[in-house]
Design a binder for this molecule. Structure first.
Ligand SMILES: [Ca+2]
Ligand SMILES: [Ca+2]
Length: 349
């Protein structure tokens, strides 16, 4: 049993979340990135038993972030979740979808990331390769050969919606919220479709990139041996989803935290809207997987590229992803809190 879980349950029994303030802060000294933003990696160093949620999280933030999150100061649990929901829902300048994904390609994820400082993208799900390019047209970012070794050559960049579009009927605000949009090659994007995120422990690997992102088929409806015939390279995501593949998609290890924080953000921002259409399954997609997202977010802490992306989206869209800014935020809110909110809204246990 984790320290966080024990603490949360104990506090539930006491009926007081405010006692979280009595928790001691991590003993590791804080350090700050050059831009003044918190460097979350510093907090995780030297802790053999894993990160511990600190109720003193606010004091660890840079002055800029303290200003942004001022109303959430001293809060944990449901109160923290609700206050952060209000903060991130404010001052939104969500663009149309076309310009929004163009900004992801051209600005938010574009930087001097090439081996010799060339500018371009590190594609989601294929994060061991670099794609040179500029501008907002994904067709201009071309894979060299089959650089990510997934069987498809000359792929190009399109836009992954971390929370699948079919779950929110492509409503324009949710569709263009850049915090959950990711530049990715079309092939891994289509293989993911609208499947839950998970791990290879849940079935058999049917597809993978050389960075380690995987499509894992579960027990129906396709036999594993015939699966490749049902996953044509030319299939778009809707055709692929029509195959009714039952599986999960595992992001590669150094992208697991990014996916977790984007998913947690999307839930925080949009949980009260219709994001549960189509094949959405509250238990399988979200409730049972909140502990996994918490773990992923801890194991793959935000790096400078993800923090820069958050800053650039903030400049354009007007709101931030607090799961990138506040270390171990999922634990501060509490896994059981996040699960309970969805169980209530979706009417499941
Ligand atoms: Ca490829
Ligand atoms: Ca990462």
């Amino acid at each position: 049993m984790s320290v966080q879980r024990f603490t949360f349950r104990t506090l539930l029994a006491l009926g007081s979340l405010s006692l979280f303030a009595c928790q001691s802060a991590p003993q590791t000294p804080m350090s700050f990135a050059p831009g003044g933003f918190l460097n979350p990696r510093a907090i995780y160093q030297g802790q053999s038993s894993g990160p511990v949620a600190s109720a003193d999280w606010y004091a660890q933030l840079s002055p800029e972030l303290q200003q942004y999150y001022a109303e959430a100061r001293g809060k944990t649990g449901t109160a923290l979740f609700e206050t952060l929901h209000q903060i991130v829902s404010r001052n939104n300048r969500i663009d149309d979808y076309g310009p929004a994904k163009g900004y992801i390609y051209a600005v938010a994820e574009n930087g001097p990331y090439g081996p010799n400082g060339e500018t371009g993208l590190i594609p989601s799900y294929s994060t061991n390769i670099f794609v040179a390019g500029s501008g907002g047209d994904g067709n201009r970012y071309r894979e060299r050969g089959d650089a990510n070794h997934d069987g498809q050559s000359g792929d190009f960049i399109n836009c992954e919606h971390t929370w699948p579009q079919s779950f929110f009927n492509k409503q324009p605000q949710q569709r263009a919220d850049m915090h959950h949009l990711m530049a990715t090659f079309t092939y891994p994007n289509n293989r993911r479709g609208h499947l839950p995120f998970g791990t290879a422990a849940e079935g058999q690997v049917a597809y993978q990139t050389s960075s380690g992102s995987k499509l894992i088929l579960r027990d129906r409806p396709l036999s594993y041996s015939t699966a490749p015939q049902f996953l044509p390279a030319t299939a778009d995501s809707e055709e692929f989803e029509a195959q009714n593949v039952d599986g999960v998609f595992e992001p590669n290890d150094n992208f697991k935290g990014n996916i977790a924080r984007a998913t947690l953000y999307f839930y925080l921002r949009w949980h009260r809207t219709n994001i549960r259409s189509g094949d959405y399954d509250a238990r399988d997609y979200w409730i049972q997987r909140v502990p996994m997202f918490q773990t992923w977010s801890q194991l793959d802490a935000p790096d400078a590229r993800e923090q820069r992306r958050n800053d650039l989206i903030f400049q354009k869209q007007g709101n931030r992803n607090p799961f990138i800014d506040i270390p171990n935020l999922a634990s501060l809110i509490g896994v059981e809190t996040l699960q309970g909110i969805e169980a209530q809204i979706a009417g499941v246990r």
